[in-house]
Design a protein around this ligand. Structure first.
Ligand SMILES: [Zn+2]
Length: 315
């Protein structure tokens, strides 16, 4: 008899989990050219995608996000393969699952922004965007994703279309993840479209998301992520996930470089745990080395923390 794997939103009630790290910057390191279609690699170079995700699994990630950030029809159409939506998303789930090598892990099907603006500000009708998200969400769920993570969101209108699409597709768990930018005066942060964490969390709770999250953004380091987690936690009882970038992007030799080392970033892990975060991952510029450092600190923290239930102090 196989015990049924709990849903992600239930599992996090037992202990905080480790997410993974960047995919885009890792694909570049593996030879993907700037501006070309990383998601197509699920079909053309599955071995390279698997190698990256396997390193995250080996670093101790409990959750792996599929390489499908730009896997909606609207995004794939820009690279000339709109007919490959189902295949690319299915392969994305299969590769992420394979990365766990048979152990339990949660595959989070990635849905990124469709990459444009809807009418009346842009060229896309709401219906086109809804259909694109529905098609992608269905492909991910049918391939066996344990959750859908709608990432790097800045507008509530677009987020809502993706939440509804994911729920209608039957996703076992829906995660909404906002990208915040620190304001010029440094006093707070909000999305490009002016949404603050309280508004985002309340909106997601109202519309049936299971986990509220933040990822990427500008100036959102580990401390800012902790502040976002606190603000989420004050607004909603839903579990919270945080995936900050590995520092600020810098242009070095015409390449975008993120320079926050695992040693620097890992200092923010305990404060995040103490603010009640349920899943900690990282976004742009982070590597399996960052994930491994996070794993060590999370495990050490859990070994002595009260959240594991026994109250016993680790030796
Ligand atoms: Zn990012």
């Amino acid at each position: 008899m196989h015990p049924v794997k709990p849903r992600l939103q239930d599992k996090v009630k037992e202990r905080p989990l480790l997410g993974d790290g960047a995919m885009g910057t890792e694909l570049m390191l593996a030879g993907l050219e700037q501006g070309s279609c990383g998601e197509a690699w699920n079909l053309t170079h599955p071995d390279r995608v698997l190698a990256i995700q396997r390193r995250y699994a080996e670093a101790g990630s409990d959750c792996i996000i599929t390489n499908t950030f730009g896997g909606s029809r609207i995004m794939l159409n820009r690279h000339g393969h709109p007919e490959k939506v189902v295949e690319i998303n299915r392969a994305g789930v299969e590769i992420a699952r394979a990365a766990f090598g048979g152990r339990d892990g949660w595959v989070l099907g990635d849905v990124g922004p469709f990459g444009g603006l809807m009418e009346p500000y842009g060229d896309f009708t709401e219906d086109e965007v809804r259909r694109a998200f529905t098609e992608q969400a269905q492909s991910l769920v049918e391939a066996g994703a344990d959750a859908i993570i709608i990432e790097t969101q800045t507008s509530l209108e677009e987020l809502l279309l993706a939440i509804v699409a994911s729920k209608e597709a039957g996703a076992p768990c829906v995660i909404g993840s906002m990208a915040y930018d620190v304001t010029l005066d440094g006093s707070t942060f909000r999305t490009m479209m002016g949404i603050d964490p309280e508004r985002a969390a309340a909106f997601m709770a109202e519309h049936g998301a299971d986990i509220v999250a933040l990822n990427c953004g500008t100036g959102m380091d580990m401390e800012r992520a902790r502040q976002a987690v606190e603000r989420y936690k004050r607004t909603t009882g839903l579990p919270v996930m945080a995936q900050p970038n590995a520092g600020q992007p810098k242009l070095v030799d015409m390449k975008v470089v993120y320079d926050e080392t695992p040693e620097q970033m890992v200092r923010g892990v305990v404060p995040l745990l103490e603010s009640g975060v349920d899943i900690i991952g990282a976004c742009c510029g982070s590597t399996p080395d960052h994930s491994r450092a996070f794993r060590r600190v999370i495990d050490r923290h859990l070994a002595r923390g009260p959240r594991v239930g026994s109250g016993a102090r680790g030796a």
